[in-house]
Design a protein. Structure first.
Length: 189
């Protein structure tokens, strides 16, 4: 009796040639970081990505191109997807962002100044102010946020949209790096 025919191979963006999903480790070792991300079901991977950038379009696009051989490949794909965010995708991502938090022990005057700056920014541009502080020392973060808001309040809306998209891209890169690095936890919210 002849062998049954092989099932058709999947096609499309999630089935790139020469790439396969990570198989479970027979020793019972639970993969972490990028390996775990690569092996997640698509909907779980998208949820994990939404914690990095709130655009569903961005998350679907990045998840569809798994598996990634290394963190740099994931970051490159995330950057490409971020550069292609349409205005609606950008608005969706911004709606998921929260206000910058002050360091513990900040004076009430700092809270007042930051609240006023955020309110002025949101009034002018219609969305929350975002800034990536990954390379900023915690004790300098308040000054960076206030200076950033003050300087960006003078931008025209088109210029600010470009800067906001770039800050979201930088935030997503940092979050991806922390979540999916070889020692990352790959937490899903």
């Amino acid at each position: 009796m002849p062998d049954p025919p092989e099932p058709p191979k999947p096609s499309g963006p999630s089935a790139l040639p020469e790439q396969t999903r990570s198989a479970p480790d027979p020793t019972g070792h639970r993969p972490s970081g990028l390996d775990r991300f690569n092996g997640m079901p698509a909907d779980e991977a998208e949820r994990a990505l939404l914690a990095c950038c709130g655009s569903h379009h961005w998350a679907r696009r990045v998840a569809a191109h798994r598996p990634y051989p290394d963190l740099e490949s994931l970051l490159a794909a995330a950057d490409e997807a971020a550069y292609d965010l349409a205005p609606g995708d950008l608005a969706e991502a911004l709606a998921c962002e929260s206000l910058t938090l002050l360091p513990e022990g900040a004076y009430s005057a700092a809270h007042t100044a930051l609240s006023a700056a955020h309110a002025a920014y949101e009034s002018r541009f219609g969305h929350v102010f975002v800034i990536c502080l990954d390379d900023t020392a915690p004790e300098e973060s308040l000054d960076q946020v206030l200076a950033g808001i003050r300087s960006r309040l003078t931008n025209d809306p088109d210029e600010e949209r470009i800067l906001t998209a770039e800050e979201l891209r930088r935030l997503a890169r940092g979050r991806l790096t922390r979540s999916f690095s070889p020692t990352g936890n790959c937490a899903v919210s």
